[in-house]
Design a protein around this ligand. Structure first.
Ligand SMILES: Nc1ncnc2c1ncn2[C@@H]1O[C@H](COP(=O)(O)OP(=O)(O)OP(=O)(O)O)[C@@H](O)[C@H]1O
Ligand SMILES: [Mg+2]
Length: 484
């Protein structure tokens, strides 16, 4: 890089000073020849010499242009004004013309030099940018409005495996994986409207057929008049990054599963120990046998509750089915009616009856039931529970919106303390001591993820204004249905 820029600044080697000044004298000589051979030039002897000065300034520099001016003045004096001898005593008219010639020549040389310097600077900047593009590790290419590739850097060669010769002139769809070719006209349409595409995550295919994950940024290219004439595209290979992320996620899942297994063993161990003791006592003490067995049954139910909570409660069909969210939520709410009435909790419902999605009904019931139980647990007497189901949108990424349904469950209970907030979605995290297993929100989060949705919580513990709002977004379509 450094070598490139020093070479750019020093200019071409042929511009050695002897060559440039020699060139200026040669230009004067050619002007003189022209003047000799072309009698019409005698009418205005300055014209041809001014041309020599301009050529010298334009191509050889300011110094050679001055030399050319001086040599031209001498030649004019010798050949044109003083008839083959040098004279310092020209007529007033000729002296004036000569002075004007020298002045105009110097001015012209100055202007020509300025222009050529600006051009050199522009050329250097262009070469500099070209060098940056060429040495970039990102694949940078440009294409015309029909999607035909017009330039191709080394990064593109490495990323896609095509040499510049192979790629230039081809359509960009050569590296779109089958099924994603449709994306290209949509991108071109957006560019035509002057839009940009920023860090769009997509797949591309190399020349050898291997697939790549890339971030694509595409911007329109405009000509001097501001019209869009093509697009430049920068692709960054994120295949390795994605693989690492996936491996980390898998590790994280395994670690969570490990922690969960240990926690379940621990949770189940206590009631099992109690059952063992109670059965032993029941065998020993026939009189209180019934009481011991009843207690043992309660402990077994506790184990069953933990197992049911953990292991997916209801067997679900392996694919998502159409369901109405408002209806599903209302069914769950009806189950809790006795508890709500007993606690004198006021319920406000706002349902959009057309909130239909595809999902797993049993799991969604479990999700709503967890959120409602938490809200009820958090509220004292005369609480207020607000449930809302509305059709809505959410950004899937910076480019794409998904339509779906937003469910809000809000209570005016005591709220979640800041310290607890960071942990509420962890398994077995509970503030309810003996009555909670701490699995509710952990499971809820898993269910929302399975539906490709999102779950958010806002909470306030300020006395008199406390409360918690859980918001769940479920997209109309589950993107990657996983088997239950
Ligand atoms: N609406 C809410 N208001 C206040 N605190 C809440 C609310 N929802 C959840 N929490 C807090 O989050 C913790 C974790 O909730 P989670 O549902 O996972 O477990 P749990 O309710 O304690 O037990 P269970 O497994 O029986 O549901 C709760 O113990 C509680 O402290
Ligand atoms: Mg709960």
């Amino acid at each position: 890089m450094y070598e490139d820029s020093t070479q750019l600044n020093s200019g071409p080697r042929w511009q050695h000073w002897t060559l440039r000044y020699g060139g200026a004298l040669a230009a004067t000589g050619i002007a003189l020849w022209t003047w000799f051979l072309w009698p019409v030039m005698h009418l205005d002897p300055f014209a041809v010499f001014i041309a020599a000065v301009i050529v010298s300034a334009r191509f050889l520099g300011f110094g050679p242009a001055l030399l050319c001016t001086a040599a031209s003045a001498l030649a004019l004096d010798y050949f044109a004004f003083a008839s083959y001898h040098l004279s310092l005593r020209l007529s007033a008219n000729d002296a004036e013309r000569m002075a004007v010639f020298v002045l105009v020549a110097i001015l012209t040389a100055g202007l020509a030099r300025q222009r050529s310097r600006a051009e050199i600077r522009a050329e250097q900047a262009r070469q500099h940018i070209a060098a940056i593009v060429e040495s970039s590790d990102d694949a940078i290419l440009s294409k015309d409005m029909n999607g035909i590739i017009t330039s191709w850097n080394r990064g593109a060669e490495q990323l896609y495996g095509y040499s510049a010769g192979e790629a230039i002139g081809q359509h960009v769809s050569i590296f779109a994986p089958p099924g994603q070719v449709d994306e290209i006209p949509a991108i071109m349409k957006r560019l035509l409207r002057g839009g940009h595409i920023q860090r769009h995550q997509t797949e591309r295919v190399r020349k050898d057929g291997t697939r790549l994950m890339v971030y694509l940024s595409i911007s329109p290219l405009r000509n001097r008049r501001g019209e869009i004439v093509g697009a430049s595209s920068i692709a960054q290979d994120i295949t390795v990054q994605k693989r690492t992320e996936e491996a980390l996620r898998r590790n994280e899942k395994l670690a969570t599963a490990g922690r969960l297994a240990a926690a379940i063993a621990h949770e189940i161990n206590n009631p099992l120990e109690a059952v063992t003791n109670l059965l032993y006592l029941a065998g020993r003490d026939p009189e209180s046998q019934q009481d011991y067995l009843r207690l043992a049954e309660k402990e077994v139910q506790r184990v069953a509750a933990i197992a049911q909570q953990t292991l997916g409660f209801v067997r679900e069909p392996s694919s998502a089915l159409p369901l109405n969210v408002a209806e599903t939520l209302d069914q769950v709410l009806r189950l809790y009616l006795p508890r709500l009435v007993a606690k004198r909790i006021q319920v406000e419902k706002h349902y959009d009856p057309a909130a239909d999605i595809r999902g797993f009904a049993g799991e969604l019931r479990q999700l709503f039931s967890n959120l409602i139980t938490n809200a009820v647990d958090a509220m004292g007497e005369s609480g207020r529970l607000r449930v809302r189901v509305a059709r809505s949108h959410e950004w899937a990424d910076s480019q794409r919106q998904r339509s779906g349904v937003r469910i809000t469950i809000a209570d005016n209970g005591g709220g979640i303390r800041r310290n607890d907030m960071a942990h509420i979605f962890e398994p077995f995290y509970t503030t309810k001591k003996d009555i909670g297993t701490g699995l509710g929100l952990w499971l809820s989060h898993g269910i929302v993820q399975k539906h490709s949705g999102s779950i958010r919580v806002r909470s306030r513990t300020t006395p008199g204004h406390s409360g918690t709002i859980f918001t769940v977004f479920l997209p109309s379509l589950v993107e990657t249905p996983k088997a239950a």
